[in-house]
Design a protein around this ligand. Sequence first.
Ligand code: HEM
Length: 124
Amino acid sequence: MAELKRYTYADVAIRNGTKGQPIWMVYKDVVYDFTSYKDEHPGGYDTLMEGAGIDATSAFDDAGHSSDAYKQLEPYKIGVIVDEEKKYDANGKKIKKQKVVAVQPEKQNTSRSCMNLITCGLIG
Ligand code: HEM
């Protein structure tokens, strides 16, 4: 089986259907090209374009599409999002981003000097 092409969100953003660009869309880290589907979408062209060039996962899910509509995505698949930019795990669940908190050296010093103050206060 041929390996799927990998795209970044910047690659997808350019293909937003304007200025003769194709209509690419991302659903759960998979990239689709819906250019040929634009006049077939039962929900209309404008509604389809709401997801053009972006991660349209929530827009697609929120539209209340039937299971048939979900099955119709497959033939338009052209690739996947690069690993570094993936938003979903292998089970299709949204990856929770870990909050990275930098340790500030000044703060450490402040608390230490504060401790010293308390200690000094207690001793002296
Ligand atoms: C973000 C992108 C999309 C949005 C916001 C959207 C929205 C909608 C809405 C609002 C309807 C209901 C229309 C009505 O009842 O009058 C609809 C219907 C439908 N859409 Fe989409 N759509 C999107 C993309 C797609 C794509 C990519 C496909 C398939 C390749 C698709 C397949 C369908 C189908 C088959 C229906 C008919 C009802 C159903 O079976 O659920 N849509 N869409």
